[in-house]
Design a protein around this ligand. Structure first.
Ligand SMILES: Cc1cc2nc3c(=O)[nH]c(=O)nc-3n(C[C@H](O)[C@H](O)[C@H](O)COP(=O)(O)O)c2cc1C
Length: 199
């Protein structure tokens, strides 16, 4: 699992979700993974046009815009990191735009085909989700909803790094807990080779 692609859904490059994802990615890179990060907010792209060209004429999205390179990179990734704050009870529109365009990964007979997705199966998923509300029962549906689609696409492992109560003025304590979880997740997914030693 060497090739990581990370999509940052927050418009804030130094925000909470980017910092937590960054901690995971740094730890993975130290263990030899290659990392490619896309700040979605910097790209110019449209949402899915519902044209179905990807079902009737092409095996990819017909739109050529800022998201084209992202869709291509995810196709080649072993591990996808999706990071987003909760905006109005869901992921940001920047990340939702990618999710909708991932419709182009589905084969024409995706409704009935036991292998509905053009992506190679077995990719792993790390989902970073931050929210201002401190109650973790709030918006607990967000990750399972998107994870269900990605599992259907053939992703076969997932880790959620979720942090609640992170407002704009970062709560240092809550962020610290999330950073530790990010490191632990990297430890789990990229174990040190046996016999190596770390202080
Ligand atoms: C437009 C907007 C909508 C938001 N909606 C919610 C929300 O529905 N629930 C919530 O708990 N926090 C909400 N927040 C707060 C963010 O989720 C929270 O501050 C998050 O940690 C920001 O992450 P970031 O620093 O990665 O951008 C919202 C913030 C903004 C700017």
């Amino acid at each position: 699992m060497k090739n990581i692609v990370c999509l940052l859904g927050s418009p804030r490059p130094d925000g909470n979700s980017a910092a937590i994802a960054g901690r995971f990615l740094d730890a993975a890179a130290k263990r030899g993974a290659s990392v490619r990060t896309f700040m979605l907010n910097e790209l110019k792209y449209r949402g899915c046009q519902g044209c179905y060209v990807c079902k009737h004429h092409l095996d990819r999205c017909v739109l050529e815009d800022g998201l084209t390179q992202v869709l291509d990179a995810v196709r080649d990734a072993d591990l996808l990191v999706l990071a987003s704050p909760v905006y109005y009870g869901d992921i940001t529109s920047q990340l939702k735009g990618f999710i909708d365009r991932s419709f182009s990964y589905l084969v024409p007979d995706y409704m009935t085909n036991p292998r509905p997705c053009r992506l190679a199966p077995g990719k792993k998923l790390v989902f970073v989700l931050t929210q201002g509300h401190p109650d973790e029962s709030q918006y607990a549906d967000v990750f399972p909803r998107y994870n269900a689609f990605l599992t259907w696409y053939g992703f076969d492992g997932h880790h959620l790094i979720r942090s609640c109560g992170l407002s704009r003025q970062t709560d240092a304590e809550a962020l610290d807990v999330a950073m530790k979880l990010a490191e632990e997740t990297a430890d789990l997914m990229f174990p040190e080779p046996k016999g190596s030693w770390r202080p």
